[in-house]
Design a binder for this molecule. Structure first.
Ligand code: AMP
Ligand code: GLY
Length: 422
């Protein structure tokens, strides 16, 4: 098969790496990709948002499957467009993607179907939203309705910072259209977990879970990011917990989608908080998580391409998941300053000397290559992902690579996976 992957992050690098291992993969293209991905796939400098350009590329290159990485492409209906022209696509159509692209839509879906989630109120004006927080105790969870590159959720510890956030949204219009409506949500306490399930019209197939580290600094301090690291499996996650997640969240979600006649072909990402009263959904995403994808695909011993292709063609019920018991840990190296302002075009020393091994992958998120040297060109730059049957070795190996890179313009958390031993 000839495969086209859309996107340019470490998640897409991991997806290409997984697909490339399949004996069924003939050619693999990535639009636009990055300089790490170009080592294993042919990267093509086209705009993935231009649906007709992508369609023409598929025809010329006899593409058998398109895999959509990021949510912004789902939101503009890339899957709807290609599907109408009979190109198999992994990634849900616009309507189903609303589970991710509108927090308010997702909340309403959860509530009307009695799927466990925090209570919330909806606002479109500053006055009412300030009134709401004035009547409540902190912390305040404020979420803009639309997509905001992982920056649309603000947890405020006191009323003044919450008021400032509301001003940013409604007066300064920091989030534009995405912030026209907001929700103020009950603060949920517990540990976070990301769970992934492939879904199509024939059935579903659970891939598994990973624990993400959303905050910028050690001990879950600092602002939210797209994710600074992930690991799995974890001793925090028992078989009983997995059963609860299955019965209280996954099965009801899939049944509700069916009941509401929402066709979903792709992967559902359940963002969960495991509270004292059980697992609750904080968000749905309509795609693989980044960096969760890197750890999961590294441990996947079944044929990824077979599963993606089957899902795009409503045949997922015939597939099986074989996930290794090894540990996998992914540590994100970001540009200093991310998720705020950061510089680009900074040389990343030593990167060209480091090689992937059987157990270590350097997935690139935002790099360019000039004269055999790598330079940064984004917020999250690399995902160092390491797999080992020994948990400590898996961690050590990832951190050793980061020490070898020793990037003065970079930042990473050094407590990824520590929760597992605490
Ligand atoms: P989301 O984009 O909805 O996953 O939110 C980003 C992050 O904000 C999550 O990973 C959590 O760390 C935090 N968060 C979101 N909703 C809540 C909530 N209701 N209670 C506590 N923390 C939350
Ligand atoms: N790591 C969380 C996300 O991909 O949204």
């Amino acid at each position: 098969m000839n495969i086209l992957v859309l996107g340019s992050g470490a998640r897409e690098h991991a997806i290409c790496w997984g697909i490339k291992k399949s004996p069924k993969c003939k050619k693999i293209f990535c639009i636009p990709g990055n300089s790490g991905i170009s080592k294993i796939a042919k990267c093509v400098d086209l705009n993935p948002q231009k649906k007709n350009t992508i369609y023409k590329f598929c025809k010329i290159n006899k593409i058998d499957l398109v895999v959509v990485g990021p949510e912004n492409l789902l939101e503009i209906g890339i899957s709807d467009y290609l599907k109408k022209k009979f190109i198999p696509v992994f990634g849900p159509e616009k309507r189903a993607s609303r589970l991710e692209t509108s927090k308010l839509y997702a909340k309403k879906f959860l509530k009307r179907n009695n799927i466990p989630t925090g209570d919330y109120s909806e606002f479109s004006k500053i006055k009412e939203s300030i009134k709401c927080i004035s009547n409540r105790e902190p912390p305040y969870v404020i979420k803009v309705d639309g997509l905001a590159s992982g920056k649309g959720v603000m947890i405020c510890r006191d009323i003044n910072s919450a008021k400032k956030v509301l001003e940013d949204i409604f007066v300064k219009k920091k989030f534009g259209e995405a912030g026209k409506k907001i929700i103020i949500e009950e603060f949920l306490e517990g540990f976070e977990m990301s769970f992934f399930t492939f879904l199509d019209e024939s059935g579903s197939l659970d891939l598994g879970y990973a624990l993400d580290h959303k905050k910028l600094f050690n001990n879950d301090k600092g602002p939210n990011t797209g994710g600074m690291g992930a690991f799995a499996p974890s001793k925090l996650v028992s078989k009983e917990l997995l059963k609860k997640i299955k019965h209280q969240i996954i099965v009801p979600t899939i049944n509700s989608l069916k009941k509401e006649r929402i066709v979903y072909r792709g992967i559902i990402f359940f963002g969960l908080i495991i509270t004292k009263s059980g697992p609750k959904v904080i968000e749905y995403n309509a795609r693989f998580g980044d960096p969760e994808c890197q750890t999961l695909i590294q441990r996947l011993d079944s044929d990824l391409l077979e599963i993606l292709h089957a899902t795009a063609n409503d045949k997922v019920k015939n597939c099986k998941i074989k996930l290794s018991q090894d540990y996998s840990i992914c540590v994100v190296l970001s540009s200093k300053g991310y998720p705020g302002k950061f510089g680009i075009n900074k040389l990343i020393p030593n990167l060209e000397k480091l090689k992937d091994t059987k157990n270590i992958n350097i997935f690139h998120a935002a790099t360019t290559k000039k004269n055999e040297k790598y330079f940064s060109n984004g917020g999250r730059v690399l995902s160092i992902t390491s797999r080992h049957k020994n948990y400590k070795k898996a961690r050590q190996n990832a951190y050793n690579y980061l020490k070898k890179i020793n990037w003065k313009y970079g930042h990473y958390r050094d407590d990824i996976g520590e929760k597992n031993i605490k």
